[in-house]
Every structure is written in C-alpha cells, then in structure tokens.
Design a protein around this ligand. Structure first.
Ligand code: SF4
Length: 352
C-alpha cells in the first residue's frame, strides 16, 4: 500500500523512519571510511573516505558542535551513518550518548551498520545509547554464501540485544537482486522487525557503472524498475502474510518529505520568510556603512535584526516598500537554505 509520503509498505514502518519523515532526525555522518567497498555506494566524492564528521550539513569537531546543531534543527532523534560508524566506534558512542544526555532518553537514535565490524561486544555498548539498528548485508555487493550465513547470524544476535522491532535491514532496491533479497527477508521474518528498501539512485561515485548497466527514469537519477520491483516485494510480503514490516522508500519520500521537513524544522533568523520548499527568504540591507545604515533604518522601523555574522540588517517584509521609497538603502531579496553555511539560492536587488 502507498503511504501518505510517496513510499510503500505492507503494514507499518520502523520507528526511526517515522521521525525521519517528519524531518525530526539529525543526520549524524560519522565519517566516510567504511569496512566495505560496495560498488553501488551512494556517498558523494566529498564524503567518501573523508575523516570529517558532519551533523546535517555542518562539519563538527566536538560534542558541543553536535548538540548545537541538534538544537538548531529542533531534532527529536538522530540517524547515525557513514561510511561505517563502527570505524569511528568510540566517537559514535560518545556523540550518541551525549545526545541522549542532552535531550533525554526519548531522543531516538538509529544507526546504519555494514556487518564486517559488528560483534556482540560492540552491540552491547551501542545498546546503551542507540535505540534501533539497521544492517546492510554484504550479499548484494558480493556473492559469498559463507559470509551471507555469518552475517545472518550476526543480525539474529543483534535482534536478541535490541529486540525484534528495533532491528532491521536497509538496502538499495537493486532490481535484479529481487529474488535473493526477498528470500533473505523471508528467512528473517519473525527475527527482525523491518526491511527498508531504498529506491536505487545514481550518485557521483556509482555513476559510471549505473549509467552503463541500468536505464534511468526521466528524472535522470533514479534507476528504472527499482520502484516497480520494490512494490512487487511489498505485495509478496502481503500475500505471504509476513510479520516483518517491508518498506519501500522512494527518492520522492527522501527529497519531498524527509529533507524538506528537516529544513522546515530548522531555526531561521528573525524576519525570515519560510517557503514551502523549506528555504528562507530574507530582505537584507548589506553592510556598507553600517553605523549610518542602522540610523536610517531606525528612522522608519524598529523591526530589524543585525545579522553581524553575515554582515547585514534583516528587515521585515512589510517595511521593504517604505524603506525602498523613502531612503537610498539598497535592499536585497535573498533566498537561502536555513541550514549550516546558509547556501544561497537566489539574490536580487529590489527595484533592479
Ligand atoms: S556499506 Fe554503505 S557506506 Fe559502506 S561502501 Fe557499502 S554502501 Fe557505502
């Protein structure tokens, strides 16, 4: 069945996904180093193999940075990802614990884990600060029956530690892998709570092979048939009355719900105007002679904000016309992202 947010499921979706779709999850990227080298990896060139940690778009060095970004994002949980977070095990524990300490036990942490570095000792430690685990088994990237069985056993062990409903797998929905994937999911029925299938997408690092071997949809970045095949698996799960929640998450779900809702949750500066896409429009008088400019603005309105970091005065939309007509201030209309770095999308001067 189709959900309200352009994805498909047989019954329900994982708890962590509910937070994500509402835009309530901080995306905590521990670093790009990984215990695996999947040919289809979707990391960008900038993120792959980097040792930099990011909380959403913000590069971070300390616990304080993570907490600040989580506050700015009004996050109610975090999705901890990489690379392989276990390559950065101590730092992962430290940040996940700090978030729980700052925001309380209800702050929902979920983690994405390739399986090579997973062992019982690490899982028991993670259990102290992580609510939900999502494994990415190797068999989609590499045929090795012995390894597949070993990883299956590790997932079973994790389920005993985290509980059935808090343990799942998350994989790209690669069309030709559908039978093998369904078999794997079926064997895990009753052992884990969910299987997330992500619509298969093009990225900078898998570009060559995907464009050579797969047809793309009109949007030019999603693989044709990935949704069709994913829906077939959801349907099979319904017909076979599987207990496990099978959820097909589409690129639209990620772009139009998860991402936009996360932007909408993010703090903005005073006198900003949010758009439906999650961006923000400001009307700004950029510093030229700030002491004189501020005196001019004050003659006509009390409603402005001195954005010293970006060297500009932000003014209320209702005052733009008055200031434009009665002063010689240059007023810019700036559309930008509310997140770290405030990436600028549009800039124009009023009246020009
Ligand atoms: S496990 Fe994930 S992050 Fe690591 S190489 Fe594979 S797809 Fe990339």
């Amino acid at each position: 069945m189709k959900t309200k947010f352009e994805s498909y499921c047989n019954k329900d979706i994982a708890e962590g996904c509910k937070f994500c779709i509402r835009g309530e999850k901080l995306v905590l990227f521990m670093g790009g180093k990984c215990s695996r080298k999947c040919w289809y990896c979707s990391l960008s060139v900038n993120r792959k193999d980097t040792a930099t940690t990011y909380a959403n778009e913000r590069p971070i060095k300390t616990v304080k940075d993570v907490i600040e970004e989580a506050h700015a994002n009004n996050a109610k949980g975090a999705g901890i990802t990489g690379g392989d977070p276990l390559v950065y095990f101590e730092k992962t524990l430290c940040y996940a614990t700090a978030l729980k300490k700052e925001f309380g036990e209800k702050f929902h942490n979920h983690i994405y884990l390739p399986l090579p570095l997973v062992d019982e000792k690490k899982l028991l430690k993670l259990k102290t600060c992580v609510d939900e685990v999502r494994f990415h088994p190797t068999f989609l990237a590499e045929k090795n029956d012995e390894l597949k069985q070993k990883e299956f056993e590790k997932i079973k062990m994790a389920s005993k530690i985290f509980g059935v409903e808090n343990t799942g797998i998350e994989v790209p929905m690669i069309p030709e892998k559908k039978d093998e994937l369904y078999e794997f999911i079926k064997n895990l029925d009753g052992i884990i709570g969910f299987a997330n299938l992500n619509e298969f997408e093009l990225s900078e690092t898998n570009f060559k092979r995907i464009t050579e071997e797969y047809a793309l949809n009109e949007d030019t970045y999603t693989v044709r048939d990935s949704i069709t095949v994913g829906r077939q698996l959801v349907r099979k799960a319904i017909n076979d009355k599987l207990k496990i929640n099978v959820h097909l998450c589409t690129a639209k779900t990620k772009d139009c719900y998860q991402y936009i809702n996360r932007l909408l949750m993010h703090d903005i500066l005073p006198y900003g105007n949010r758009t439906d896409e999650g961006t923000v429009v400001y009307f700004a008088v950029e510093y030229n002679k700030p002491e004189t400019q501020i005196e001019t603005i004050k003659k006509y309105t009390k409603n402005f904000y001195d954005d010293t970091e970006r060297k500009r005065f932000l003014i209320e939309m209702d005052d733009v016309e008055k200031l434009y007509d009665k002063t010689d201030l240059k007023i810019a209309r700036i559309e930008e992202h509310p997140t770290w770095g405030n990436e600028r999308l549009e800039y124009s001067l009023i009246g020009e």
